[in-house]
Design a protein around this ligand. Structure first.
Ligand SMILES: [Zn+2]
Ligand SMILES: [Zn+2]
Length: 237
């Protein structure tokens, strides 16, 4: 297991990832560089501040893709400010937003954003709803979305429902980074993490008995150890 203090950084050849933070119920924020490509993954609250410190305005404007694992606020809280910043700073190149089918948070943020700014938007937004778990390529990066198990409580505080949720595996220059997002222990993640050069695995459940929302430390470590290197993230503070 690699170090645990944020930011977490990993890079090999021209493939690099920085996890600014990943704190359950507060915020996540991840930057991926693959050659000249810049991707933001799960842009939670604070992403603009962190990206500004890390890469500055011009490079923020050249971010080509956002990848959203699911709609919980600690993973999408920074989407509005990122979209708005790109508008104010006059982004010209298109932005694709990848998100799981049924993620109403992203659809709603996008609808509200369009409603307010469609007449003054200098760049194109391409919403890419993912409903099949098949590989696709963006500028020489192979992206493999995969389903994960992540539930949330309904109003009664007892009944749960599955949230539209994905993990993503990014492959560039022969190197593989697997990010599970928020997930309970599940076979798809086990399969995708195995043999990856880096696995980013959440350990958000603070008890020993497994549930269907997050993983226990033990579960997360067992998956992380099947990769060449791993980070445990989303550990309650
Ligand atoms: Zn979360
Ligand atoms: Zn979540």
């Amino acid at each position: 297991m690699l170090a645990q203090r944020y930011p977490l950084v990993w890079g090999k050849k021209k493939f690099y990832i920085k996890i600014f933070c990943s704190i359950p119920n507060i915020a996540t924020g991840i930057l991926i560089k693959a050659g000249k490509n810049l991707f933001a993954v799960d842009p939670g609250d604070g992403i603009l501040r962190d990206l500004n410190n890390e890469i500055g305005t011009d490079k923020i404007l050249s971010i080509s893709n956002l990848f959203i694992t699911h709609g919980h606020h600690d993973h999408v809280g920074g989407v509005w400010s990122l979209l708005t910043y790109m508008r104010v700073m006059n982004k010209k190149t298109p932005l694709s937003i990848h998100f799981p089918k049924g993620c109403v948070e992203i659809e709603s943020i996008h609808n509200a954003f369009k409603k307010v700014y469609s007449k003054t938007l200098p760049y194109e937004i391409n919403l890419k709803q993912i409903n099949k778990h098949t590989e696709f390529t963006s500028n020489n990066v192979i992206i493999r979305p995969f389903p994960v198990i992540h539930k949330e409580f309904l109003n009664d505080g007892k009944t749960t429902r599955q949230v539209p949720a994905l993990g993503y595996k990014f492959t560039y220059d022969g190197l593989k980074i697997c990010y599970g997002g928020d997930t309970a222990y599940c076979d798809d993640l086990v399969k995708q993490a195995k043999g990856s050069d880096l696995a980013i695995i959440e350990a958000g459940h603070d008890e020993d008995t497994p549930d269907e929302m997050h993983m226990t430390l033990k579960e997360a470590k067992s998956i992380g150890e099947s990769a060449k290197e791993y980070f445990l993230v989303h550990v309650p503070e």
